[in-house]
Design a protein around this ligand. Structure first.
Ligand SMILES: N[C@@H](CCC(=O)N[C@@H](CS)C(=O)NCC(=O)O)C(=O)O
Length: 214
């Protein structure tokens, strides 16, 4: 299995957490998203140009983080989408909420903060802040009664929450939320997540240095 990704990409981190939880071995292919030539070459493989992408054999490319994780669930334990129809629906629902409203908003705030003030889009910033606050309110309430986003067991929606909270520490701190902070400590102590974060660190440092020099 070939895995096309970048270690600092949040959606790739989400899938890496799932792979490391399951102990899946893969051939790593880092896509240099900042390099136009490398991007053009990658688009020949996947025209949308997005990472992550899992290629099982050359005729079998699987894009989209949640689709990849659901595919991996079919070939390796432990399952990350499990339970009865209603529980599976809840896992997928939270996976969508974390991707679309938390992760996207946290990334928007990070990227906007890297722009000169005069080029920032205040409307996007306000929408992102509203979505993050709404998500934090929702999470704080639910996490008061359970260790993970879907109950007692670690699931796909926790894979999705991980990169969002990892980057939120920089752009939308959650230390005033007791239950989210405890949840993050629980996530960050998992070997799979520690590994994803430590693999991202050198790439993240290089990216920040490049951005500061630009
Ligand atoms: N819905 C996709 C989102 C993937 C995505 O947006 N990936 C970003 C990196 S985090 C990317 O490839 N950006 C490059 C681009 O948009 O061209 C998923 O869940 O995999």
């Amino acid at each position: 299995m070939k895995f096309y990704y970048h270690p600092i990409s949040s959606y790739c981190q989400k899938v890496l957490v799932a792979m490391y939880e399951k102990g899946i071995e893969f051939e790593p292919h880092i896509v240099a998203l900042m390099d136009p030539e490398a991007r053009a070459q990658y688009r020949e493989l996947y025209p949308m140009g997005k990472v992550p992408l899992l290629v099982v054999d050359d005729d079998h490319p699987i894009p989209e983080s949640s689709t990849i994780i659901e595919y991996l669930d079919g070939i390796a334990e432990p399952k990350l989408v499990f339970g009865d129809a209603d529980q599976r629906r809840k896992i997928r629902f939270k996976d969508r909420m974390f991707d679309l409203y938390l992760n996207e908003s946290v990334s928007t705030l990070l990227f906007q903060s890297m722009k000169p003030e005069s080029e920032r889009d205040q409307e996007r910033i306000d929408t992102s802040k509203f979505r993050i606050d709404t998500m934090y309110g929702f999470m704080e309430q639910e996490l008061g009664e359970q260790p993970f986003s879907n109950g007692e067991e670690f699931s796909m929606s926790d894979c999705a929450a991980t990169p969002a909270l990892f980057y939120a520490q920089r752009s939308a701190p959650f230390n005033s939320y007791e239950n989210i902070s405890a949840y993050w400590d629980r996530l960050a102590s998992r070997p799979s997540i520690r590994r994803v974060m430590s693999e991202a660190e050198p790439h993240l440092k290089a990216f920040m240095k490049e951005d500061a020099a630009a």
